[in-house]
Design a protein around this ligand. Structure first.
Ligand SMILES: [Zn+2]
Length: 140
């Protein structure tokens, strides 16, 4: 477990915050939404590069996880260019996620086995946000 979490931390540090999610290349029934962040991409895109907001699921390494962590059952799509400035993104609570296509609602919950990943990563994200805030505060 710790290996997974520290792995994620490295990936997050490399990301530099400038990431943009892949835009779905087709809008057929192969579209799926991430059960945690509601990012919408095609099955193939999730299989090839995972979810940009949830790298700790490591979907690109275990394709079963694409099926477990995403769902084809969702309603409505919104595309967000700048989640930090969009009131709609804040309202949908995706303001901290990367720009991309998101769904308004999914009708499934994340399986219990994957919730532990989310808990750990939320904790790390929180610490990282506080750290970034402090750096900003003291350097201005
Ligand atoms: Zn996600």
């Amino acid at each position: 477990m710790w290996a997974l979490v520290s792995n994620w931390k490295i990936m997050a540090n490399q990301g530099g915050g400038a990431a943009v999610a892949q835009i779905p290349t087709s809008f057929g029934h192969e579209l799926r939404a991430c059960l945690r962040c509601r990012l919408v991409k095609t099955y193939d895109q999730f299989r090839d590069s995972g979810c940009e907001n949830c790298p700790f699921f490591q979907m690109e390494e275990d394709h079963e996880r694409v099926v477990d962590c995403t769902t084809p059952n969702f309603t409505g799509i919104i595309s967000v260019m700048d989640p930090t400035r969009s009131w709609a993104a804040r309202w949908l609570r995706i303001g901290r996620f990367v720009p991309g296509c998101y769904t308004l609602a999914v009708s499934e919950a994340l399986p219990q086995t994957y919730r532990i990943f989310v808990k750990k990563s939320t904790c790390l994200t929180f610490h990282q946000n506080v750290f970034e805030w402090l750096v900003e505060y003291y350097s201005s």
